[in-house]
Design a protein around this ligand. Structure first.
Ligand SMILES: Cc1cc2nc3c(=O)[nH]c(=O)nc-3n(C[C@H](O)[C@H](O)[C@H](O)COP(=O)(O)O)c2cc1C
Length: 215
């Protein structure tokens, strides 16, 4: 009996991904929904709160990240809109980041413990990166969004938080509820918010040998 051939599922997945959201990751095969839906908006709702349970979930997700020899180098200063920690984090952000990040419900300052009583902590920055990605993905799972920022004054952060030697502030993270891009104000900012996300193609990214695509 003649059967209609099955459609190419990868193609269907790609079409579906494109249809449901312009910002969703475009992939040649399906990936976990939380990873596909993560992106870094600047347009956040200045009225919406991050609940304490959500915030705890974000930090628990980060706390359970892997690290070199289980050295657990990641630490976060946690500011909630209206409190003093939030204000201090906002104050050390670069102007361009402050302009949008002031709408976040939560501002975090991610620090790496690069030295402890045993000496230098190997892969401390890598550990903070792994923890922060856990945090950001948990934010997506909570219906929130997060944008990481290297644009802040690290010396000022060290000073206002009186950070000890061996603790490096490396990344600020704005967490909140997404808003319409128009909250950003200028046409340029709205355009940037709506711009498609781009990535290195898989054949440059995954290699069997240097210069030889794995797929
Ligand atoms: C370590 C790090 C530093 C970043 N610094 C900034 C920053 O200072 N300001 C900003 O607006 N975005 C910043 N970003 C966000 C990136 O620009 C964004 O993640 C990248 O363009 C990819 O977009 P996507 O996260 O939406 O996929 C930073 C991201 C990372 C991981």
């Amino acid at each position: 009996m003649w059967r209609r051939p099955l459609p190419d599922l990868h193609f269907l997945w790609l079409a579906y991904s494109t249809a449901v959201s312009d910002k969703r990751a475009l992939t040649s095969v399906g990936i976990h929904d939380i990873i596909a839906r993560r992106w870094s908006p600047r347009a956040l709702d200045a009225e919406a709160d991050v609940s304490e349970t959500q915030l705890r979930a974000l930090l628990e997700a980060a706390r359970w990240a892997p690290s070199f020899g289980n050295t657990q180098p990641a630490r976060y200063l946690v500011g909630v809109r209206g409190d003093d920690t939030y204000k201090r984090i906002l104050d050390v952000l670069a102007e361009g980041n402050r302009q949008w990040a002031h709408r976040a419900g939560v501002l975090l300052l991610g620090c790496a413990v690069t030295r402890n009583d045993k000496g230098d902590v190997p892969y401390a920055e890598y550990g903070l990166g792994l923890a922060s990605e856990n945090l950001v993905l948990q934010a997506v799972a909570e219906g929130l969004a997060a944008r990481q920022m290297a644009g802040f004054d690290a010396d000022a952060a060290r000073q206002v938080f009186d950070l000890p030697d061996g603790v490096e502030p490396l990344v600020a993270i704005a967490v909140g509820v997404r808003a319409e891009p128009e909250v950003l104000g200028t046409d340029r900012d709205v355009e940037r918010e709506n711009a498609p996300r781009v990535r290195v193609p898989l054949d440059e990214f995954a290699l069997r040998d240097w210069g030889t695509p794995a797929f």
